[in-house]
Ligand binder design. Structure first.
Ligand code: MG
Length: 312
């Protein structure tokens, strides 16, 4: 691999927007959209922790952006651009960086964002990546975790648990005949652009697992969440594995669907706002001790061994 400057020039400079000044200055210059509130989020991806060594570099790049984009979606924000930090082991083949940059370029086009700047260095062993996304919302228009009200329904977009089963499939622990589940794990789809500011009281994206992320809204909003396991939307590919995989589906991470607190009189507005994207009512918030209770079809509580992804 060539020296750092020629690598940056070749693979990353073409990704830069005007804010990045060709990646030749010390920092980026960015003029925020007038009257808007900026939204920042950052996420890292470490080899062996967030992706499997040998995963396709273009998909790693796209998932890095999409995990961050999903956080912006959860806040109701529109993305603008990003800063990128990479640390690659010194022996990394140049084709890895080429494919990685290709993945970035693809999702820059798909989501209308540009590279603003960043930093690259070499690491002693593993690949380490980080992206900081910058977006905007109208002043005061951000969706927060702390706005849910007693009586709000709990809704989720898409289907839940595919990515967790997909990860098992990628480790050879279950059969994924169509490749659908593995794809949901490798290339999540952040739910951008839904106009939910006047519909949802609270939102979070499901990155750590449905039960755990619902718990974050419950804690921030000081409410109890009652989750009906049988109502949680499941893809046909995931449903094939039956209730044996219920805990994995409800507590596994990486789905990047949105979890929403919506008052009952906004149900129809929510469906309209989501258009072709399926959205499903799966429970209710009530007053009571903050936390999640998961119920089976008989209304009996289901106890899980863990509620979701643990970082440490
Ligand atoms: Mg999040």
């Amino acid at each position: 691999m060539g020296d750092e400057f020629s690598r940056i020039a070749r693979y990353l400079a073409p990704l830069a927007g005007p804010e990045g000044l060709g990646l030749t200055d010390d920092a980026a210059l960015f003029t925020p959209p007038a009257g808007q509130q900026l939204v920042f989020t950052t996420d890292q991806m470490l080899e062996g922790v967030h992706f499997i060594p040998g995963d396709p570099p273009s998909l790693i790049a796209r998932k890095l952006l999409r995990r961050n984009l999903s956080d912006l979606a959860a806040m109701g924000a529109t993305p603008l651009g990003y800063l990128l930090t990479t640390a690659l082991p010194s022996g990394t083949d140049e084709s890895w960086l080429a494919a990685f940059a290709n993945g970035l370029a693809q999702d820059q086009t798909e989501f209308g964002i540009k590279l603003f700047g960043g930093d690259s260095s070499s690491s002693l062993s593993h690949i380490s990546l980080s992206a900081t996304l910058i977006g905007y919302v109208t002043l005061g228009g951000a969706l927060r975790r702390n706005g849910a009200k007693a009586g709000d329904d709990i809704w989720v977009t898409g289907t839940i648990g595919d990515a967790a089963l997909g990860l098992l499939a990628r480790y050879g622990k279950l059969q994924d005949y169509s490749g659908f589940l593995a794809n949901r794990s490798l290339l999540p789809m952040p739910r951008m652009g839904l106009k939910l500011a006047d519909i949802a009281h609270a939102a979070i994206d499901i990155s750590d697992g449905l039960v755990q992320d619902l718990g974050h809204i419950c804690e921030a909003s000081h409410l109890a969440g009652h989750l009906h396991a049988m109502l949680v939307p499941t893809s046909p590919e995931a449903a094939m594995f039956g209730d044996a995989m219920l805990e994995t589906r409800l507590t596994g991470g990486d789905d990047y669907e949105l979890l929403l607190a919506v008052p009952p009189d906004k149900s129809e507005a929510l469906r309209l706002a989501c258009g072709d994207l399926p959205v499903t009512k799966i429970g209710k918030f009530t007053n009571g001790q903050a936390g999640v209770t998961t119920l089976d079809q008989h209304g009996q509580e289901i106890k899980f061994l863990k509620s979701g992804w643990q970082h440490f």
